[in-house]
Design a protein. Structure first.
Length: 76
């Protein structure tokens, strides 16, 4: 699903971020309000399982696969 060579780390300094926030940090969407639309129209895998909740909490060690690439949540 993810493009080869497009793995990227997202560093966070909080306990978690939401899937919607990740989409913004990763420059997949421009505004938070676009998250619901993106998730309804694109396949998203969190730790290998399909996910469509923009409020899904992501913690260090979690991986997210999108058509734009693969993202790993890490501690800052």
């Amino acid at each position: 699903m993810a493009k080869i060579g497009t793995s990227r780390q997202i560093k966070i300094s909080t306990e978690f971020i939401t899937l919607g926030q990740l989409l913004k940090f990763a420059d997949v969407i421009d505004e938070g309000g676009m998250a619901k639309f993106y998730l309804a129209n694109n396949r998203v895998l969190v730790n290998g399982e399909e996910e469509n909740r923009r409020g899904k909490k992501l913690r260090p060690g979690d991986t997210v696969e999108l058509k734009e690439g693969k993202f790993e949540i890490v501690d800052k």
